[in-house]
Design a protein around this ligand. Structure first.
Ligand SMILES: Nc1nc2c(ncn2[C@@H]2O[C@H](COP(=O)(O)OP(=O)(O)OP(=O)(O)O)[C@@H](O)[C@H]2O)c(=O)[nH]1
Ligand SMILES: [Mg+2]
Length: 316
């Protein structure tokens, strides 16, 4: 078991490193240009570093905090060489993120039986895929999972979730396209109770262009679920597409203002140079980043660990 775990985490780490490759090379290219010909971290270097962090999607307010920390360090340690910059960044950002207070990651399906996760987010961010990957993980842990196809907006959405249900071999509750999402959610919870399921994953449609309607719909879905399981949903997981950078940030702010979001998943970190956004989101939002998507495959969803992430990002 111990050995298995070690091998697994090594693979996981490699996958994370691989996934962050574009973000990293983008960052270090810019940083390299910024410090070219300079051996000491001085005001000029700090100005350039600020720009590099902002243009790497870390976000303005998190960047300012990082720069302040590095300034403090420069003040204490009279000579900081630019070649140490990535190590210093790694240490300071890890320290900064560890200070962030956030709601506890309520990752204990024991909290509810069945434990109901409602998955929300705008079009195309990776909701359905994340549900498939999560179903696979829960099932691997020996949990009984039921999927609910409450994105009734498109026929393809139901089919896509169905494919995942077959792949992972877990039951799905669905109705036809256009039916009431709340009714699908209700049916799903009834089935889950009957089957004595441990975890329920509810897929929803993402249409932020009509915010009021979307929020009303989500509220209704919640209310109807509570007729079957009183404190459902136990978790509202907001999925964000990391490759949209600052947009993902905005969506997180808007969604959490409008509905109660309890956790975040940031997808598509592979193949984007905007991975820095995870640092900003993790620093600035009260809602914890719980999962990150590092590929399209069934295994490509990882529990988010701040320290591991920063380590991977700043390890050249
Ligand atoms: N590379 C990569 N692709 C991903 C990841 N997560 C999801 N995708 C892809 O993103 C696309 C959209 O994913 P979906 O799961 O359909 O997104 P959705 O939010 O359910 O979309 P709608 O149902 O249309 O609102 C698919 O092609 C997925 O394979 C990821 O972590 N990495
Ligand atoms: Mg979908």
């Amino acid at each position: 078991m111990g050995l298995f775990k070690k091998i697994f985490s090594k693979e996981k780490k490699e996958k994370l490193d691989q996934g962050l490759e574009k973000s990293k090379s983008n960052f270090f290219n810019k940083l390299g240009k910024a410090v070219a010909g300079k051996s000491k971290v001085d005001d000029d270097v700090l100005d350039d570093l600020e720009e590099v962090l902002i243009s790497s999607d870390v976000g303005v307010s998190t960047t300012i905090k990082i720069i302040r920390r590095i300034e403090d360090r420069v003040a204490k340690d009279k000579y900081l060489g630019t070649e140490e910059l990535n190590v210093i960044l790694r240490e300071e950002i890890a320290a900064l993120l560890s200070e962030t207070e956030e709601a506890e990651k309520n990752n204990q399906p024991e909290l509810g039986h069945p434990y109901v996760i409602m998955v929300v987010g705008v079009n195309g961010v990776g909701k359905t895929t994340t549900i498939g990957k999560l179903a696979y993980q829960f099932k691997k842990q020996g949990k009984k999972v039921v999927l609910g196809a409450a994105d009734t907006f498109r026929a393809a959405a139901i089919e896509q979730l169905e494919i995942w249900s077959q792949r992972v071999d877990v039951p799905i509750v669905k109705q036809k396209m256009g039916s009431d999402p709340a009714s699908v959610a209700f049916d799903t919870l009834q089935s889950a109770v009957k089957l004595n399921a441990d975890v329920v994953l509810i897929d929803t449609a993402g249409r932020l262009h009509n915010k009021i309607n979307l929020m009303n719909e989500l509220t209704k879905v919640k209310r109807v679920m509570q007729k079957v399981v009183p404190n459902a949903p136990h978790e509202v997981l907001l999925v964000l597409d990391g490759s949209t950078g600052q947009n993902a940030f905005e969506q997180a702010k808007q969604f959490s203002a409008a509905t109660e979001v309890t956790s975040l998943a940031i997808t598509k970190l592979d193949g984007t140079a905007k991975g820095g956004v995870v640092i900003g989101i993790s620093d600035q939002l009260q809602v914890p980043v719980k999962y990150i998507g590092v590929g399209e495959g069934i295994e490509d969803l990882q529990d988010f660990n701040k320290i591991e992430f920063v380590d991977s990002f700043f390890n050249q």
